[in-house]
Design a protein around this ligand. Sequence first.
Ligand SMILES: [Zn+2]
Length: 298
Amino acid sequence: MEHDARPDLDHACRTHDAPMGGIRTDGGAIARRQLTERGLSDGEIRALIRGGRLSLLRRGWYQTPGADPEVVAALRAGGVLSCVSALGRHGIWVPPGYTDSHIRASEHGRRVSGPRFCSPYGDLPAPVRAVDPILPALACAARCLPGDEFVAVCDSVLNTRPHWELADLEPTVAGAPARVRSLLDRVDGRADSGTESLTRVRLRAKRVKLRIQVTIPDVGRVDVLIGRSLIVECDSRRHHLGDGYQRDRDRDRAARLRGYHPIRLTWADVMYRWDVVEKEILALMRRGLHRTTTLDDF
Ligand SMILES: [Zn+2]
């Protein structure tokens, strides 16, 4: 780097997959090590501080003006933003209700009282970025989330990163008990919403035989097909407004014409009323609605 070159400190970057145009920060925070690895000398770092473009946040970590307060708070607390807090920033689906920051302690980080630190299974490398990459964040989530939600998050990782395979996620649970490691057997990157993932995992836990993403003539791809004929469609939070509302009704009628029984779950049904919904689905199955004849006879 030329002595007077001004590095591009871009804190608009929300994910680590963004191209490395200049020096990328995570929410406006960056480790000293990242700066030196990009070729900045001590003098250049001091010049950035004098120019007001960087300030020392804690030993080994800097922030840019306007840095994300949640990222800064995690670093000040002695860790980095991780787990569900980091996964959401990487565009991964995370369940609702995790409003507190999830923080992974740095090796030499000073732990202050207040925030709760995640406790991933096994030993992870010390954090090197202010927002943990997906794999260490997932390792924290394996401990913090109930099993069904962890599977749904893993589904979303594979769904949003099509070049990743299930084996890529294995290190995240390597140090976990067998009960947690076996959750990976239930991961399916075809699921295209968190609600669909949770529905699949919870029904299978009740030994319901189902398939996902089944294509039915005149209807299209349905989220979940139980047995031969009971369709469960799961709305995501953003889904099914505007045009989708009419399209969904058209699909439901087309499915009935072919002999199926479609039911539709809202986001709130899956998140907050699952006990009721599950009882209803099991009641429909006792009445044999998953075994009726259809034009397709799967
Ligand atoms: Zn956590």
